[in-house]
Write a protein of this length. Structure first.
Length: 679
């Protein structure tokens, strides 16, 4: 086991420990560890993941307990439907887009439209409801349709920011943004030296969604709530309070004692608005809170109904995003890793830097032509930004170089075989099907949750079984129950614990895997370009592995999930002589595939997905299908919606031409929630 493999094993083991402690606290309500120990180990895990980011895929990092703690907290709060959906805002990235937006309002008004310009606070949206002057409910934004009831926690925030009593008898709902100031964030870090906070926004979220007790059952530190601030910026249903403009609503809010942003301004025309945006962009780093842009609202409420809204956002307001923060740092090294399909990924190791409030020590380089084009050199300075403020990207060299000093990798770092280039010359692949790195990744995929769901066989255990030859391919996993003594000996040699309850769990998982859905086995085969959706669609044509092997894949061309690329991948996989022994072995397993349930009613819509999203593609597909809709791998004229994330690409243009509705993630959740509520 090389150094990187040892480090990855250490991280995976630590993730399991944190998950166990989280379960004890959140589910069992019986914590076995003190806060100090928990916080120390969590900080250690965060530091290791930040430092060795390059050892994991994006999905693996997103599924780490360091990213999932907030989700666990969410389940502890009561869900309440919003009186009016908390919609997201359309986004503009240049002044020409802002000009188009305001021109629409001016055409309706038939005169120059005034707009209200506010800083876009990087915080958490909150809705506050008052009856007879008393705060009775506080909700998070949630999915936009329903929010989490955090009333108890909201009352712990200083009255200056969230008043508990106002001098107003009518029922009133206001909305705003809870945040930690830069000063407050520093104080929080000083008061909690054993905890690592990713950024001010995450820290504010953690406090606001906090349960009343700690991991060890003690009362949480209430002082943290005193660090939170809240700007109020919206009155819901302003006409009920005789408010005609955004300007009037701000005066109304101030009069009632709400904390509002004092640098928000009314602009009489778009030229004034542009001037204010430029001014604020220069000053934003001097503010004591983080902003990532501005929000522009049409001042006159009377035309809001005429302006209308989509399922995504109102046309009465728009967000303008500032340019990405770019930071310079030194590139220490470039190295490559191998994926399940044999694809080579270039990785950059960086001198750690702070970028948008988080520590960045590594970045993925797309391919070698990218390195060559930007003339990226080891031991020289590079420019780094976050794509969509999430994924670190190297965008150029600071120092001028004639050429890169890093030679293109020509052999696989694991098996040393010559690499093969794609037809475009951009990507490289290890085509050695016996490459240890590829085989191990295939084994991990076969046991993954979406495939055969054999969770007991984590990567470190599979690696030990593979290295010793007990498992040569995925089929061998089904014969391990007959080789338990050998498996125990191997794990003991590698100092991997396998307790009695883990053995029982493993045997149950093997039994369940033999009785799973057929599409899961197809997906588990790891056929190039064949994901969950295509695997499910294949079960319409074959009910067993034997039937699938004898299928004429060329006849699938008329099905929307099967294009020429997928069909070619299927043909190549099943005629490959090297796969025959493996497939023959699988046919000897006594599978009892469950019968797919037929839909009782036609799908109400069809979805396609593109870009980077908060969950994996397969998780979104599952959500879509559970909501009674169907998923299309490739969008067509019959596709109803396109869910578009970051770096969406050409599918968006194609969707617009086909009159397909393009949804961002927030609008998607709103739509799905409405459909679930309607059932």
């Amino acid at each position: 086991m090389d150094k990187n493999e040892q480090i990855k094993k250490q991280i995976l083991d630590l993730q399991k420990q944190i998950i166990k402690w989280n379960k004890e606290y959140f589910e069992d309500q019986n914590p076995s560890v003190d806060d100090l120990v928990y916080d120390k180990e969590l900080k250690k895990l965060i530091d290791l993941e930040n430092k060795y980011y390059f050892l994991f895929s994006l999905d693996e990092l997103n599924n780490s307990p360091t990213k999932l703690v907030a989700t666990s907290l969410n389940s502890q709060f009561k869900k309440v439907k919003h009186s009016k959906p908390m919609l997201s805002l359309d986004k503009a990235y240049d002044f020409s887009e802002l000009e188009k937006w305001i021109n629409k309002a001016q055409n309706i008004l038939e005169k120059e439209a005034h707009c209200y310009v506010e800083p876009k606070i990087d915080g958490l949206s909150i809705a506050l409801l008052y009856k007879n002057g008393k705060l009775i409910q506080a909700l998070t934004r949630g999915d936009g349709v329903s929010g989490e009831d955090i009333t108890e926690n909201a009352t712990k925030i200083l009255d200056k920011f969230i008043p508990k009593q106002i001098d107003y008898s009518k029922e009133l709902e206001v909305r705003g943004e809870v945040f930690l100031s830069k000063t407050g964030f520093e104080i929080l870090k000083e008061q909690n030296p054993n905890i690592t906070f990713a950024n001010a926004r995450n820290a504010a979220s953690g406090i606001l969604r906090r349960l009343s007790k700690t991991m060890s059952g003690k009362v949480k530190n209430q002082e943290d709530f005193l660090l939170l601030q809240c700007f109020i910026y919206t009155v819901v249903n302003p006409e009920k309070h005789n408010l005609k403009t955004v300007s009037e609503s701000f005066s109304f809010l101030k009069k009632l004692g709400f904390y509002t942003n004092n640098i928000s301004k009314k602009a009489k025309n778009i030229t004034q608005a542009f001037g204010f945006i430029k001014e604020l962009s220069k000053q934003r780093h001097e503010l004591d809170y983080n902003i990532d842009g501005v929000v522009l609202k049409i001042d006159d409420f009377s035309i809001y109904e005429q302006l209308g809204q989509t399922s995504k956002f109102p046309h009465s307001a728009i967000a303008y995003k500032f340019e990405d923060q770019i930071v310079e740092t030194e590139l220490l090294d470039i190295f490559v890793t191998v994926g399940r399909t044999g694809k080579i990924t270039y990785n950059a190791k960086l001198v750690p830097i702070q970028l948008n409030g988080t520590t960045v020590s590594a970045a993925i380089l797309p391919n070698y032509p990218f390195i060559e084009k930007l003339k990226i050199c080891i031991n020289s300075k590079v420019k780094v930004k976050k794509a969509g403020e999430i994924i670190p990207q190297i965008i150029g060299s600071v120092d001028e170089h004639l050429v890169t000093n890093f030679a293109k990798v020509t052999t696989c770092p694991k098996c040393k075989n010559l690499l093969q280039e794609s037809s475009t010359g951009i990507d490289q692949f290890c085509v050695n099907e016996n490459c240890p790195a590829i085989v191990l990744k295939k084994l991990v995929h076969f046991c993954s949750k979406q495939a055969m769901n054999i969770a007991t066989l984590a990567e470190n255990r599979l690696n030990s079984l593979f290295e010793t030859g007990l498992v040569k391919n995925s089929c061998d996993i089904f014969f391990l129950e007959q080789k338990m003594q050998e498996m125990h000996s191997i794990f003991a040699k590698h100092k991997i614990k396998l307790q009695a309850k883990s053995v029982t769990k493993f045997l149950n998982e093997i039994t369940n895997a033999k009785k799973t859905d057929f599409y899961r086995l197809i997906f588990a085969l790891g056929i190039k370009n064949v994901g969950l959706t295509a695997s499910k669609s294949l079960t319409q044509y074959a009910n067993s592995l034997t039937e699938l092997r004898n299928l004429d894949f060329s006849k699938l061309i008329d099905h929307y999930d099967f294009g020429p690329v997928i069909i070619e991948s299927l043909q190549n996989f099943f005629i490959n002589p090297k796969n025959q022994d493996f497939l023959n072995c699988l046919e000897t397993i006594n599978f009892e595939f469950s019968t797919p349930t037929k839909k009782s009613e036609p799908a109400w819509a069809s979805f396609s997905i593109t870009g980077k999203l908060s969950k994996t593609r397969d998780e979104f597909i599952q959500i879509i299908e559970q909501a009674g809709a169907e998923f299309h791998s490739n969008p067509t004229k019959k596709t109803t919606y396109l869910l578009a994330g970051l770096d969406a690409g050409s599918k968006v243009e194609k969707a617009i031409k086909n009159n397909t509705i393009v949804l961002d993630e927030e609008s998607f959740w709103e739509l799905i929630s409405q459909k679930k509520l309607a059932k």
